[in-house]
Design a protein around this ligand. Sequence first.
Ligand SMILES: *Cc1c(COP(=O)(O)O)cnc(C)c1O
Length: 462
Amino acid sequence: MTTQKRRRSWAEPFKIKMVELVHMTTKEEREKAIQEAGFNTFLLKSKDVYIDLLTDSGTSAMSDRQWAGMMRGDEAYAGSENFYHLEEAIRKYYGYKYIVPTHQGRGAEHIISQIMIKSGDIIPGNMYFTTTKLHQELAGGTFKDIIIDEAHDPDNEHPFKGNVDIEKLEKLIKDYGPDKIPYVSIATAVNMAGGQPISMQNLQEIRHLAHNYGIPIIHDMTRVAENAYFIKTREQGYQNKSIAAIIREICDLTDGATMSAKKDALVNIGGFLALNDEKLFDKARNMVVIYEGLHTYGGMAGRDMEALAIGISESVDEDHIRARVGQVQYLGNKLIDMGIPLVKPIGGHGVFLDAKKILPHLSQDVFPAQTLAAEIYLDSGVRCMERGVVSAGRNKESGEHNYPKLELVRVTIPRRVYTQAHMDVVSESIEEVYLKRNSIKGLAMVYEPEYLRFFQARFDRI
Ligand SMILES: *Cc1c(COP(=O)(O)O)cnc(C)c1O
């Protein structure tokens, strides 16, 4: 603690060894590019982007140690040495007993959904995530949101907006009966709420309630390290515990986990399913060979598993996580000082702009967040993404748009990639767009794919 107090800044605990040159564009080039992309930042070419804050998924910079690990890839079809390193890292840092590697997070979500969910089941969770919910639905289940109401209010400064409303959970269990609930789906650092953490106390309460009814907890641990940092800095009794110890405590309260290793675990591709129950593990291991690959690689190359094993150990480092979240807070605080409406408190992996407040003259039918993301790109070549009505998709029964309370633009920061000066440019560009907000008009959707429409939908100016 004393050494931490003496340190002044969140500055990065690394130096730059190699650089990647980026392309600077003119306004005309950007206008052409965004039109060709149908005003969907997912459809922009990376070469047309200056600062890429589309996502923190798979966009992290690996360390020299991870790159050295890549050279030690054992590309055997079966029983790769790197798989055992990965298994060891997961057992050591997360404590889960059995692991099934997958190509990325949704591969694990697919398997867990197929082996645990029956048609007609209910899956309670602390706010939906796009791929998680879709896999639950494809398996015949229905997702029910049990996050606290505060999470839907961008101005509410609750320190743990990822918490579950225990009464909502209990009511669901009573209404449907525990037999209809195969597991409770709990995410750490809830992505769709703006990277908001769940507290240890809340997790303990969920565990107590769920286990009383014999219902297991499956942990979406994609951003568990960022969540642990918030517990350390905000929850009483955790200030002197290490990030590694807090992560372990979180995992120990749950029965299994899906992981997109492309986020906190500092690799460009990979994921896994982790379980404590041997019977379930057996089913999962049998299923992985159908969809992902043999159970000792699950869609990952040996070198990728090695980089992941090393990435996991780096992700629990105190200085790393302090700088990572510190950079996000730096950008967020700058935007707050500029008067830009955003989700508070600032989250762990990005800043979420409140498009409803920035563009109050636009109804959700003309996609304010989609519009705002396109305008920011046009202004500076900074790419961010929509998290609002487009991402929320349509109601399964009525076919109408789902109209989420939160209509956000996610400005997501890759780990260890950009500098403080880049963050300054980002904030200046967002301010520029904010200043001319009254002249901004909405978009019309001209092409809509059936699943996860935000990835490929196309729009036009109205
Ligand atoms: C990214 C993500 C996933 C899905 O993982 P992929 O690696 O993209 O397949 C699941 N849950 C959360 C919270 C995520 O952020």
